[in-house]
Ligand binder design. Sequence first.
Ligand code: GLY
Ligand code: MN
Ligand code: MN
Length: 467
Amino acid sequence: MHQPLFERQVYVQRRRQLQSKLTNGIVLLLGNEDSSMNYKDNCYPFRQDSTFLYYVGIDQPGLAVIFDLDENREILFGENASIDDIIWTGPQPLVQELAESVGITASDNLAKLASLLAAAREAKRPIHILPPYRPENKIKLASWLNTSIPQLQTFVSETLIRSVIAQREIKEEREIAEMDRAVSISADMHLAAIQQARPGMKEYELAATVEAIALANYGRLSYPVILTINGQTLHNHYHGNTMQEGDMVLVDAGAETTMHYAGDLTRTFPVGKQFTSRQRDLYNIVLHALDHAVSLLRPGIQYKEVHTQACIKLAEGLTAVGLMKGNAAEAVEAGAHTMFFQCGLGHMIGLDVHDMEDLGEPLVGYDDQLKKSTEFGWKSLRLGKTLKAGFTLTVEPGIYIIPELIDRWKAEQKHSAFINYGLLNSYRDFGGIRIEDNYVITDTGSKKLGKSLPKSLNEIEALRNGI
Ligand code: GLY
Ligand code: MN
Ligand code: MN
């Protein structure tokens, strides 16, 4: 018998709760397909859709489920393996067995799904879908709903999206335990990188060490490893540089467990045994911003406010070393800190590293009280809304010295009341620093997820010295 990820009753209750929030029509949730690299049987590693995993718990390609709200029934759709399939892939559970394993009593094949949807359209019954993001699923949906891919938007249900977010954003204890595991494996990946980096090594050699630990834990990466001496490039996936004495390495990497929960940690450390004095100063500024942000985490505070306060801490530190000037809070109000911190303080994390972002950042990271800003820097804050107990999120302040941005802004003398361009120019090859940890919001504050991973200057240098 097929084993769902959590026990059967978990999925029965989650689906019951979702259906209680919706009134009528048909909810259609699609699992993902295998996706070909070059021909049908040579596929990228399969990754199930996270919402499908959350409500159905079956980690297999080619499935779809409907909840018929009017007739109060659930049906799982898919194709049973043929004898040809079984020769290549071994015995497979029947779709009916998969359905029963998660408490769904009815199952059928995909042709039946197509005819059921055609009949529902004919009868003008509402059909609710989530925003599709995989080309394969867009093509299938357009065919089943007898519409074009752009017109699929008209079937996307905001009520369904909001209901799914409201449920998935509050993590259950069992999910938090699994995320703790994901973050602990992620911490092991980072510890190995900090201990094994040597001057003269290639970035890809160290990236291989990081990925091997995810695989050795029967997991995989929750996103492609960022491991670079050019940490100022926020999502830098190039691994071809040689790491040299004097450089810092920024490693942003996380594990995805077999249950598909993600970790997302970042550490920045020297390739040599010690940070330079400039690196020490800016490292401590980022660390203080992180500590301050974490001290503010609690239910009821807007994450945008936590971001703002972290930005003020960064600006204060940058003022102390002479890179910024004037009043830090005013500098942040004006947006001058975005010369150094161009992105957001963090995001939701869970079954996806940027949890639920396929459902739309404006609804996942914001709410009816708070709309997302379109300003430079602020527009990259993925999470702004009021925190609730049970949210799991990242806190990831950084300082990124981007030469191209210095040149653009300096030419316009942008924010010159707050930025010391003379000194900043001497930092243009500095690189970037990010420190990132993952937290769960508790009833009174927050708790860090996963085992502890060194982040103070002294701890990092001790590791670099093999202590
Ligand atoms: N790993 C990408 C991020 O930190 O959001
Ligand atoms: Mn990260
Ligand atoms: Mn992150």
